[in-house]
Write a protein that binds this ligand. Structure first.
Ligand SMILES: *[C@@H]1O[C@H](CO)[C@@H](O)[C@H](O)[C@H]1NC(C)=O
Ligand SMILES: *[C@@H]1O[C@H](CO)[C@@H](O)[C@H](O)[C@H]1NC(C)=O
Length: 338
């Protein structure tokens, strides 16, 4: 009686939507349980091969992997069976076939680091921007598995280097996994190095938290803002907290502020583990004046701005100076991870 009459049909519609969702959910649970029982049954009966096949088909560990309606193309792509994949394509299979979760064969090929399969799929017209219901793109999967080859292939074929608002971010993934080649490819193709996700922070922050020295360097060389971390927490806070001296050094070299305060009003040196190497290094750094060359380098880079850093070679400077401005004194590949 209290509800206005026109709101009732809407409420009824809403409840039927909820009911449908519940039914689908129950159905999915039912299939999962059945498959699990089946696997169990095969193991008990000693048919381990069949059990392995079933459990490979439905993989608990991988949230973004759908098993219920995978096509043969999905299987071939995820196992890297190029010949089978090409045969299926030649037989006219749709390369853009999706599972319930919108996972495509291209997703599978990239997750498995099967570049040749990914290439075959792309050449046959697979959509490089396809997004699963978890917001995962093939590029994200390539970064997840550290497959620089797949990442480059996707980027060359027009994949968006930057995640949309509701998508998982490839550059964060690559930075946290420490795959330099993937980060480099993303930066080259124009991914935003300062892309800030509220609950994760910037790619630089993620790299520092994961103690990935080389990725930290690549991001900074790509123009990442050395102060931008997660909310008030700077990348230097992260490196100090992780007691990672090598990264602390690199961040300071790129002009990180030793006096930045985090949300607890603590400076990086105050979040470093007491008596640790990072704390010692920061204390020493604070006591020693900056060199003039370092101050000049930071000023020049700052005046140029992030978008013009790649123009440094055009400044007609002596080679040594040019290298110095680009932090290219040391051979990055010979550095030790921390
Ligand atoms: C990163 O990618 C390259 C090229 O694909 C690969 O050789 C390397 O093992 C990967 N590194 C990591 C840490 O996964
Ligand atoms: C993928 O998405 C990006 C950005 O939205 C767009 O510029 C690009 O054209 C798309 N690529 C293809 C092949 O559709």
């Amino acid at each position: 009686m209290s509800a206005p009459p026109e709101s009732r049909p809407f409420a009824a519609q809403l409840s039927s939507v909820y009911f449908t969702i519940l039914t689908l959910f129950c159905f999915k649970i039912f299939v999962k349980i059945t498959l699990n029982l089946l696997t169990h049954f095969y193991v008990i009966r000693g048919n381990r091969k069949e059990a392995a096949r079933i459990s490979a088909e439905f993989d608990f560990g991988q949230g973004h992997r759908s098993w219920a309606d995978r096509s043969p193309l999905h299987d071939a792509a995820s196992q890297g069976r190029l010949l089978a994949l090409k045969t299926l394509i030649a037989q006219g299979c749709n390369v853009n076939v999706l599972t319930i979760d919108h996972v495509s064969p291209l997703h599978e090929a990239c997750l498995g680091d099967h570049a040749a399969c990914a290439r075959a799929l792309v050449e046959a017209g697979a959509n490089v921007n396809v997004t699963s219901i978890d917001g995962v793109t093939p590029l994200f999967n390539a970064c997840s598995s550290g497959s620089a080859q797949c990442a480059e292939l996707l980027l060359e074929n027009g994949a968006a280097p930057q995640a949309d608002f509701c998508q998982a971010s490839p550059i964060h993934e690559a930075a946290s996994r420490g795959n330099v080649s993937c980060v480099e490819a993303l930066v080259t193709w124009g991914a935003d190095v300062d892309y800030d996700i509220p609950h994760m922070g910037t790619p630089l922050y993620v790299a520092c938290m994961s103690r990935e020295l080389l990725c930290t360097r690549v991001l900074l060389n790509g123009g990442a803002n050395v102060q931008k971390g997660k909310f008030l927490e700077s990348p230097l806070h992260a490196a100090a907290q992780k007691n990672c001296v090598e990264i602390v050094k690199v961040l300071l070299e790129f002009g990180a502020d030793v006096n930045a305060k985090n949300q607890d009003l603590k400076r990086p040196v105050e979040v470093a583990s007491p008596g640790g190497l990072a704390e010692g290094f920061l204390l020493l750094y604070e006591a020693v004046p900056r060199t003039l060359s370092q101050m000049c380098r930071l000023t020049v880079r700052y005046s140029l701005g992030r978008d013009r850093l790649h123009l440094i070679p055009q400044l007609q400077l002596p080679k040594a100076l040019e290298k110095f401005l680009q932090y290219r004194r040391v051979d990055v590949s010979h550095e030790l991870p921390c």
